[in-house]
Design a binder for this molecule. Structure first.
Ligand code: CA
Length: 637
């Protein structure tokens, strides 16, 4: 790419503003005719469509597209093309770039060619009755983050469709999620990504999938037959349908911020240079740490993102989006995405949250969608709150840095900030709990268990049922699950998941990444603890409230350091099981005595058993004991 091309692409950006990305980047099928549309660089003089009977480059039909505007091309073929494959041949140079286009909706193996299908053929039975599970409010979610292969690949999962979308239709998977009490799953990249060879389903391969190829098609390696373009689409829908029936929402991890490579990307093959950010010297900016970054501020890129999320909602009934490296998008784009989702039927309950950071030095010179600019983002766009994460369990980059649960001096101050979803703190400009995702572990960095073991021991034994680390684990969960905002956990956190002290396992072996379900039996007490806390949380709706007044209703007690204690009254008429909650965190290895506020209080959780709230009333008043490393919870009766 030379400087002249960059200047030209800036000049043409304005002209492209009126082009509708999706309507001009699609293949629209009917039995009578198929219409191909494409947006290219306005410099392109010729575009062909190559149609083949099979998923290979032997085209039986080559047709020239008609130029219908600057960079806009159209072709209608009056035959029934169902079951055929296509490629656009874009003459950016003497030899055409071959691509299924930027908005392919069906592809063959490894996403190399577009497939012509009737999307109606991919709807499972009953799909038109599929409904998004109801929520009490947009923040009333407990989000479970999982990877299709991690979740079910191990023999101990007992799941038949191991590593596939269909795994999540099986009772074994659904029962675990339901019993735990989560009501949303966040699936790691499930669009078509490049790093896994779909033609070799039996080869042990693993990748998190942050290397996007076709953004609007499900990944083939998670289908039972990547060679059948309809299978991945239908099976994805079956997964959504089964989860919805179980009352579980489905959140898609979207990675519009970069492509797996520049030259291999469909963006580059249709409109060279346009979709990416550049440094002043013309080279590609790399704010993702993956070799490039897209340019959300350019009209076609922004519109691509808007149309893409709308497509996933309309075609796949997706309930929310997790934006990878959201700090690489400008605030305006994020707010425009929010508005576009809000305009869909039931769209206001479609969740949006993202990572409020970048993966490198970006050339984004507008307002970045990061923590500093939280006040400019819609209050219904959430961020992964690393303040909450790090204050509870310690920094995620230095393995041995302690947090509050490991006795970090002075950290109790920020625990209060976390409890109130940072709405009462000047450290983050949060203005609603709906902006905060409260968590202590995600696929990046150490699992919670590994982190606790790394801080505690020079040579951790990750498989040990270590009682002190278990108590710290319960305390960490007891804190973030009583924070306002949206709680989020990495799959397996509830049974002390270990990756043996490894953090960045994006392409490590499946054996390191897989969930070992034998641990669910070994650490069944911890699983019960998570389940009890999630059940308790559901009984007190104000913890999951989205209004700004609720954090302001929290009262903190003056206690001996480093204890933290607070109380929150139920909101009038919110159906809470108790008139108020009273919560204490003890991060020391000793028992502590505290005095309860006036009134009658039922012990709901003593930090070991979190299901006391289900049992007969044990009413307390006056002085009570807090166990070592515990979150102790009382409800006013
Ligand atoms: Ca793929």
């Amino acid at each position: 790419m030379n400087i002249n091309t960059i200047i030209l692409s800036f000049l043409t950006a304005t002209a492209a503003q009126t082009v509708k990305a999706q309507t001009f980047n699609e293949v629209s099928y009917s039995p009578k005719a198929t219409t191909f549309s494409l947006v290219t660089s306005p410099e392109v003089k010729k575009v062909n469509v190559l149609i083949s009977d099979a998923d290979n480059n032997e085209a039986q039909l080559v047709k020239s597209m008609k130029r219908v505007g600057a960079g806009k091309w159209k072709l209608t073929v009056k035959n029934d093309l169902k079951g055929k494959y296509y490629l656009f041949g874009v003459y950016n140079n003497a030899q055409p770039d071959l691509t299924p286009g930027v908005f392919a909706k069906a592809v063959g193996v490894n996403g190399q060619r577009g497939a012509i299908i009737d999307l109606k053929d991919t709807d499972p039975e009953g799909w038109s009755e599929d409904k998004r599970p109801e929520l009490r409010n947009p923040v009333d979610l407990v989000i479970y983050e999982m990877h299709h292969r991690d979740f079910s690949i191990d023999y101990s999962s007992g799941i038949k469709n191991k590593g596939k979308f269909l795994a999540l239709t099986e009772p074994k998977a659904i029962d675990h999620l339901k019993r735990l009490g989560v009501n949303a799953i966040h699936i790691l990249p499930s669009f078509d990504y490049a790093s896994t060879d779909e033609s070799q389903p039996d080869k042990p391969q693993y990748n998190w999938g942050y290397d996007p190829l076709n953004y609007n098609v499900p990944e083939g390696s998670y289908s039972t037959n990547a060679a059948d373009p309809k299978a991945r689409i239908k099976e994805f829908k079956q997964m959504v349908q089964a989860l919805h029936k179980a009352g579980i929402r489905v959140i898609l991890d979207v990675v519009y911020n970069h492509t797996f490579s520049i030259d291999g990307s469909n963006f580059q093959k249709t409109y060279p240079g346009y979709y990416f950010r550049h440094r002043p010297d013309g080279t590609y900016s790399d704010g993702s740490g993956c070799g490039n970054e897209t340019a959300s501020e350019k009209p076609l890129m922004r519109e691509f993102m808007v149309e893409s999320v709308k497509y996933w909602v309309n075609e796949y009934h997706i309930d929310g989006f997790r934006f990878d490296l959201m700090g690489l998008y400008d605030v305006d784009t994020m707010n425009e995405l929010r508005a576009a989702l809000d305009a869909l039927p039931g769209g206001r309950s479609i969740l949006m949250y993202g990572e409020p950071w970048q993966g490198g030095g970006s050339q984004l010179h507008r307002y970045e969608a990061n923590k500093a600019n939280l006040a400019m983002l819609s209050e219904r766009i959430g961020i992964f709150c690393d303040n909450t994460r790090d204050v509870i369990k310690g920094g995620c980059f230095d393995a041995r840095e302690p947090g509050y649960v490991e006795g970090r001096p002075g950290s109790f101050w920020d625990i209060g900030g976390a409890v109130a979803a940072w709405c009462l703190s000047d450290k983050l400009p949060a203005h609603s709990p709906s902006q905060i995702v409260s968590y202590v572990s995600a696929h990046d960095n150490f699992t919670l268990w590994d982190k606790l073991m790394l801080v505690r021991y020079a040579r951790p034994e990750y498989t040990a049922a270590d009682s002190a680390a278990l108590a710290q684990n319960r305390l960490a969960a007891g804190i973030y699950l009583t924070c306002m905002g949206m709680p989020f956990l990495q799959a397996g956190e509830e049974f002390a998941r270990t990756k043996k002290g490894q953090g960045n396992t994006y392409r490590s072996s499946p054996s390191l990444n897989r969930l070992d379900w034998k641990r669910a039996a070994q650490f069944h007490g911890l699983v019960d603890y998570y389940r009890g806390l999630l059940g308790l949380r559901a009984q007190f709706p104000r913890l999951s409230a989205s209004d700004a007044a609720s954090p302001a209703a929290i009262r903190f007690f003056s206690l001996e350091q480093p204890l933290v204690g607070w109380t929150l009254p139920a909101a009038p008429g919110d159906g809470a099981a108790w008139r108020a909650l009273c919560v204490f965190y003890n991060p020391t290895e000793e028992e502590k005595r505290i005095r309860l506020p006036d009134g009658q209080w039922k012990l709901l959780s003593d930090g070991v058993s979190s299901a006391l709230w289900k049992g007969p009333s044990r009413v307390c008043g006056g002085e009570v004991t807090l166990l070592p490393y515990s979150a102790t919870i009382f409800g006013q009766v």
